[in-house]
Design a protein around this ligand. Structure first.
Ligand code: HEC
Ligand code: HEC
Length: 281
């Protein structure tokens, strides 16, 4: 979808949204600075009705795509090659420490993002790969969304295909989860939207040619192939796209806020098996 069409789509949808939603932040008692209380939305339609609509809009198309194969499968292969390529001053490849076919990383991505005391924050698969390159290989970090970065991330995630997502938000992860949730419910941009308004409350409604998806399956298929990108992109690239659609300044890849948001959103998909690479319009 071109930027132009996105703009046209968003404008009429605004009228629908702007007047119908209520405030999601309520001030804390006593005027003390504390985490805002977020009133979660209830979806406007039932899960069954949502799934019916999803099938009606995307069902046939997805089946066709699956039959023709996913161009991103080649990117997974690139990632596999890179995994055993020696790079950096330590003379090591990923495989030197994590096994020839990444066997020691099987299932690991299903637990990401997760709290890591070493960075006192949320670690993502993408961030961890770059930390390994820097700290354990003496190799330069890969630029986010570059071909090799996406290939490695996709390969590592593919080692968890079929494994249900099970991220933890307990203990030290909790405040970061809450921060991600706050961002998800925060109204922003010229149009005053929040992620939750579109993907919780109005999930299953049409926004011009698009059916607004609910967030249960938002993280299980990334990095994904997407027709609109004519290529592969990460979950955080999609965050940036949605920010731009409502004219909010997108944040840098792997910024603290996006990592917290990734934790919040991935937790919504707990129990859903990882299936990368995805294929989307
Ligand atoms: C010299 C050994 C070494 C090399 C080479 C290495 N790593 Fe790591 N990796 C580690 C260690 C040690 C950890 C534990 C966390 C830490 O210390 O950063 C880790 C953690 C990880 C994790 C998270 C595992 C978990 O259980 O949470 C992933 C994913 C990962 N590495 C991927 C990679 C990839 C991809 C490469 C190649 C770009 C790579 N690593 C290269 C040593 C290595
Ligand atoms: C104006 C409504 C709107 C807002 C606000 C919005 N999005 Fe989206 N989003 C869309 C549309 C339209 C799509 C493409 C169709 C779909 O999957 O819903 C999409 C797609 C996505 C996808 C990909 C779904 C998939 O299956 O691949 C993710 C993830 C996502 N949005 C996250 C967010 C996040 C996080 C925010 C807040 C930063 C946000 N969105 C804000 C409209 C919105």
């Amino acid at each position: 979808m071109s930027k132009f069409i996105v703009r046209i789509m968003i404008l009429p949808a605004c009228a629908l949204f702007v007047f119908s939603a209520c405030a999601v932040r309520t001030p804390s008692a006593g005027g003390k600075a504390s985490a805002p209380v977020i009133t979660e939305y209830t979806p406007n339609i039932s899960t069954q009705e949502y799934e019916k609509r999803y099938q009606a809009v995307y069902g046939k198309f997805t089946e066709q795509m699956a039959a023709e194969g996913n161009p991103a499968d080649f990117v997974v292969d690139d990632g596999k090659d890179l995994f055993s390529k020696v790079q950096g001053s330590a003379g090591k490849s990923c495989a030197s420490c994590h096994g020839a076919n990444g066997e020691k990383l099987k299932g690991v991505a299903a637990m990401y993002p997760k709290y890591d005391p070493a960075i006192k924050g949320i670690d993502t698969v993408a961030l961890q790969i770059n930390r390994c390159r820097k700290d354990h290989m003496g190799a330069p970090e890969l630029k986010y969304e570059s071909d090799p970065q996406l290939a490695l991330e996709l390969y590592v995630k593919s080692l968890s295909n079929g494994v249900p997502i099970h991220v933890s938000i307990d203990g030290p992860a909790k405040p970061f989860y809450e921060a991600g949730k706050e961002y998800y419910y925060k109204r922003f941009g010229q149009f005053n939207f929040s992620c939750a308004l579109c993907h919780v409350k109005y999930a299953g409604h049409m926004i011009r040619a698009n059916l607004l998806s609910n967030n249960r399956h938002h993280t299980d298929h990334f990095p994904t192939y997407r027709l609109d990108w004519s290529g592969v992109g990460s979950l955080q690239k999609r965050f940036r796209g949605c920010n731009k659609n409502v004219r909010q300044e997108p944040l840098p890849f792997q910024s603290e806020t996006y990592r917290n948001l990734e934790l919040y959103l991935t937790y919504q998909g707990n129990g859903v098996p990882i299936q990368v690479p995805g294929f989307r319009m």
